[in-house]
Write a protein that binds this ligand. Structure first.
Ligand SMILES: [Zn+2]
Length: 236
């Protein structure tokens, strides 16, 4: 990391370092010049405690993860969550069917449906990120942290891993449970935007809402297109 890339987790002020090494095994946590508190108290904390604070949507924990660590698992996390989502949608499509038909044609059709569910979920995520980032670009003006913002949005979707139980116990989930997961993910997205841009809660709330709106529009449009394609396929 470059110098001045770190941020104070309490007041968001830039900091040259998180700790100073005095050799002989003496390390001292840097104190923020602006708020006179430790720049990043989390460097001493256990990862579990950091995770709990992130789940509680504490801005300090978000600042630690997004500014003061090199956590670069956003793309892997993103693909993993999309796979879970695609499987969930796909199993919902075939939930009522108990077919043991070994015909290859049917199996390939179902596989194709899984890939299309994955593409659909990816498209919706793209629409969400694009909508939210587009709005912020218009509202805040030129946002230099576009790459940081995308990383923050993708990382803050970590709540989607809660879909794993739904995937494991296939049909033991309710729409309420899925709704709560969605709400949690959106709250994390909101906090991530707030931390990256250091903006008001209202602005990040509107950005998340715009993202959600564009996601819903894309979902509706792609569902209609998919239904039309399937109709055409049946006609032939
Ligand atoms: Zn500070």
């Amino acid at each position: 990391m470059k110098k001045d890339d770190f941020r104070c987790v309490e007041c968001n002020e830039e900091a040259p370092e998180l700790h100073r090494d005095y050799r002989n095994g003496i390390l001292k946590i840097t104190i923020c010049e602006s708020c006179h508190k430790p720049v990043d108290k989390y460097i001493e904390y256990d990862p579990v405690i950091i995770l709990i604070d992130a789940i509680l949507c504490k801005a300090q924990a978000f600042r630690h993860i997004l500014f003061n660590t090199n956590l670069n698992i956003q793309w892997k996390l993103c693909v993993f969550c999309l796979l879970c989502e695609a499987y969930l949608r796909w199993s919902r499509l075939h939930g009522s069917e108990q077919s043991n038909d070994p015909a290859d044609f049917i199996r390939y059709t179902k596989e194709w449906e899984f890939y299309s569910m994955f593409a659909l979920a990816a498209l919706e995520l793209l629409a969400f990120c694009g909508g939210a980032m587009g709005f912020l670009r218009l509202a805040v003006g030129k946002t230099p942290e576009l790459r940081l913002l995308l990383r923050a949005l993708l990382l803050s979707c970590y709540g989607k891993v809660l879909l794993i139980p739904a995937v494991i116990w296939e049909h033991d989930y309710s729409p309420l449970c899925l709704g709560l997961i969605k709400l949690f993910v959106l709250t994390s997205n909101l906090q991530a935007i707030r931390v990256i841009l250091n903006c008001s809660r209202l602005l990040s709330m509107v950005a998340v809402f715009v993202g959600l709106l564009s996601e819903v529009c894309v979902a509706q449009a792609s569902e209609k297109t998919l239904a039309n394609v399937q109709d055409m396929w049946m006609l032939h």
